[in-house]
Design a protein around this ligand. Structure first.
Ligand code: GLP
Length: 244
């Protein structure tokens, strides 16, 4: 595991964006997972800036959705797909046809999740998975306890995740109680993983992720077992000894 600690969020965003841009340049049609959440937004703004300057062409990228609330249509203001469309697909010029959705509004969730995993398999797995860190160590919406072999599936959201999501939508009651998430086995099997973590509120869970025991109770701790992972954390999330 490679750990890069930056002085602040801006530096985290620049380094993360450069890493993603490097993958896109090396393999323009890479199969990638890109998350929602507050943490990656700075990277997405950096990538959009590179596109505006004519330095990046992401139009052939294949993007797989990481997670989605259950029962939410793409035009619902809370849709995680919609969030990605506004913050990433539109500014980077990634066509809809290149995006593999996790349809939270599908009638048969079991079939929809199986279909998603089949597309991942047909793509030969993920080339790059970018992840944020949930307050309880969830990856996507792989809530604890999560088996490292768990496939893409429907999950009940924990109280911690509902509380954390409430800040996006302003009210806890607006957060659906269930979600679909890309599976642990698909995420952990990626050829490359980038975990981005910012802020003092992530300090404890980042420590457990990197230095705690590997346990289903902290799904992110499984990242210790993969060799191809880079963690970028800002100083607030990973203080140096003298700050602790
Ligand atoms: C959310 C999402 C994750 C996200 C994580 C961190 O609940 N399910 O996909 O990466 O929690 O979010 P943030 O970056 O806003 O802290």
């Amino acid at each position: 595991m490679e750990l890069i600690v930056t002085d602040n969020y801006q530096a985290l965003s620049q380094i993360g964006a450069e890493m993603i841009a490097g993958v896109i340049r090396a393999q323009p049609d890479a199969a990638v997972v890109l998350p929602t959440g507050d943490t990656p937004m700075g990277m997405y703004r950096e990538l959009a800036e590179r596109k505006r300057r004519g330095e990046l062409d992401a139009s052939n990228l294949r993007v797989f959705q990481l997670d989605e609330y259950l029962g939410i249509t793409p035009d619902d203001p809370r849709s995680l797909y919609g969030w990605l469309a506004r913050s990433l697909f539109e500014p980077l010029g990634i066509p809809d046809a290149n995006v593999v959705r996790l349809p939270g509004d599908a009638e048969d969730q079991v079939a929809a999740c199986r279909a998603y995993d089949q597309v991942v398999e047909a793509a030969g797995g993920f080339d790059l998975v970018v992840l944020g860190l949930g307050p309880n160590g969830h990856l996507g919406f792989n809530e604890p306890p999560a088996d490292s072999h768990a496939p893409t599936r429907l999950v009940d959201l924990s109280e911690a995740s509902i509380e954390s999501s409430a800040r996006y939508w302003g009210d806890k009651n607006l957060v659906p109680c269930q979600a679909v998430t890309a599976g642990m086995v698909q995420l952990l099997g990626a050829r490359r993983i980038l975990l981005v973590v910012s802020g003092a509120h992530k300090r404890e869970i980042l420590h457990q992720t990197i230095a705690g025991p590997v346990t289903p109770n902290v799904p992110s701790s499984y990242l210790q077992r993969v060799s191809n992972i880079t963690v970028i954390a800002d100083r607030d999330a990973w203080p140096s000894k003298r700050d602790e």
